[in-house]
Design a protein around this ligand. Structure first.
Ligand SMILES: CC(C)(COP(=O)(O)OP(=O)(O)OC[C@H]1O[C@@H](n2cnc3c(N)ncnc32)[C@H](O)[C@@H]1OP(=O)(O)O)[C@@H](O)C(=O)NCCC(=O)NCCS
Length: 196
């Protein structure tokens, strides 16, 4: 089991890094989450500064309690937060984790989150605490669907009316990547990277 004092490790990517979230990230996180284009295809509630502060506090508490949560995605050039990637939920008993991510629209279309997802998957499977990483995605969230599929996730089904998004129920796909999928892709591509 993870050490009680564990915090997420910093992982350098190409042009960005995964690093622990900080209370001081609240302004940057709010700045992009308040943009409706980021939340319109998700089940995020109405975004406020206090919601964002609570999200960061909860994430830090979960890490401190030994339960993996979200990393911040920050630009290498100035360490500015432009996204988050990691886990909304984590079951020690059933050895699965639920992945989630979001990125400031100015950074979309650069492959940044794909790198982040690959690094988080690699860290996760090497920790050997889960054998399955899953994600729920609204059926009309095409960018997220592309990201999950390019990262090797397999669509397992459609959950009808699964989540209420700002007052309206929506269908969600469930995607998952098993440890065996991840290991097979690494062997096939002869790479240490998590993504195929
Ligand atoms: C989901 C989200 C993180 C995806 O962002 P993204 O930038 O499209 O994702 P990626 O990092 O995979 O980038 C892929 C894009 O970068 C392009 N790209 C450019 N350079 C690249 C590179 N070196 N490597 C890979 N892709 C590259 C790809 O062609 C692709 O563009 P396309 O989708 O138009 O074909 C973003 O849309 C988002 O934050 N959405 C709102 C929040 C949300 O919906 N979260 C998920 C809830 S389930």
């Amino acid at each position: 089991m993870a050490d009680k004092s564990q915090h997420p490790p910093t992982i350098e990517l190409d042009g960005a890094r995964l690093r622990p979230l900080r209370a001081a990230d609240a302004g940057a996180l709010y700045a992009y989450l308040r943009d409706p284009v980021v939340t319109e295809l998700t089940s995020y509630p109405a975004v406020s500064v206090s919601l964002v502060e609570t999200m960061i506090e909860r994430s830090l508490s979960r890490w401190a309690a030994g339960e993996p949560s979200r990393w911040g995605v920050a630009l290498q050039e100035d360490d500015r937060l432009v996204g988050t990637c990691g886990f909304n939920d984590w079951s020690r008993v059933h050895r699965w984790a639920e992945m989630a991510f979001d990125l400031a629209p100015a950074q979309w279309g650069k492959g940044l989150m794909r790198q982040a997802v690959a690094a988080v998957l690699q860290w996760t499977f090497r920790q050997n605490q889960v054998d399955r990483v899953q994600a729920f995605v609204r059926v009309d969230n095409e960018r997220s669907i592309r990201l999950l599929e390019r990262s090797g996730f397999v669509r397992e089904g459609c959950l009808r009316g699964y989540r209420v998004c700002r007052g309206q129920a929506h269908d969600f796909y469930i995607y998952a990547l098993l440890r065996s999928d991840w290991e097979a892709a690494r062997q096939h591509f002869g790479t240490d990277e998590a993504q195929p």
